[in-house]
Write a protein that binds this ligand. Structure first.
Ligand code: AP5
Ligand code: ZN
Length: 217
């Protein structure tokens, strides 16, 4: 399957993407994680991306699209993928359509995670992620690690993302409403959107997602 996951910052895209990718046996491709990996490796792309991310703004389309394209062309993604955080505006959605058209492939669904803004703020304020693997995500109250500050999965150090400060979160939410939300209408016109509530236990949301995708567990 080829799926796009969309939702505001803190909606639980990363949390659900890891679970869905495993169940559907497709790679999880997160542009946010790819940028963060570039930042920790101090690449030129990482240096460029960091200034935009720390301010809560989108990284320019040109570099983002090139990076996503490169990742989607890796051998593990030929049979399908779960895109998390890409596309994030209408021009990225158009670029993705163009890319898929050239390969004569299509998206199967766009999974839209809905969550109220006050919940998003609570989720982001308590989020802690692993230095060794950004995909290892915890929450100080909702899903605390067994030992404070230590990743349950790999023992790495947990930290708070630089862009999870209150001010930056406000900008990220605004950017979501003005730039990302319009892609939902764009995909609605293609009949691809499946909207589910992202409130409740993590396992329950995964079940809702699989249901919306027409998949049994
Ligand atoms: P990105 O990394 O994509 O961040 P985001 O979209 O803001 O989303 P988040 O990672 O904040 O949240 P999430 O929905 O994944 O939630 P999570 O599962 O962690 O992008 C960061 C930046 O990179 C952007 O601002 C931009 O600058 C740049 N960028 C990335 N892609 C780009 C693109 N295409 N174009 C341009 N720029 C781009 O969950 C949040 C917390 O809640 C966690 O602590 C989790 O444990 C907890 N939680 C999850 N589910 C539940 C639940 N059901 N109940 C209770 N708690 C829960
Ligand atoms: Zn870890």
């Amino acid at each position: 399957m080829r799926i796009v996951l969309v939702g505001p910052p803190g909606a639980g895209k990363g949390t659900q993407a890891v679970r869905l990718a495993e169940k559907l046996k497709i790679p999880h491709i997160s542009t946010g994680d790819l940028f963060r990996a570039n930042i920790s490796q101090q690449t030129d792309l990482g240096k460029l991306a960091k200034s935009y991310m720390d301010a809560g703004n989108l990284v320019p389309d040109e570099v983002t699209i090139a990076m996503a394209k490169d990742r989607m062309e890796q051998p593990d993604a030929t049979g399908g993928f779960l895109l998390d955080g890409f596309p994030r505006n209408v021009s990225q959605a158009e670029a993705l359509d163009e890319l898929l058209k050239n390969e004569s492939i299509k998206l199967d669904a766009v999974l839209d995670l809905e969550v109220p803004e006050d919940e998003v703020v609570k989720r982001i304020a308590g989020r802690r992620i692993c230095r060794k693997d950004n995909g290892h995500v915890f929450h100080v109250t909702y899903s605390p690690p067994k030992t404070e500050g230590v990743c349950d999965i790999c023992g790495g150090e947990l930290y708070q993302r630089d862009d999870d400060s209150e001010d930056t979160v406000r900008t990220r939410l605004e950017v979501y409403h003005t730039q990302t939300e319009p892609i939902i209408d764009y995909y609605k016109s293609q009949g691809l959107v499946r909207t589910i509530s992202s409130l409740g236990p993590v396992e329950e949301i995964t079940r809702r997602a699989l249901d919306a995708l027409g998949r049994d567990e």
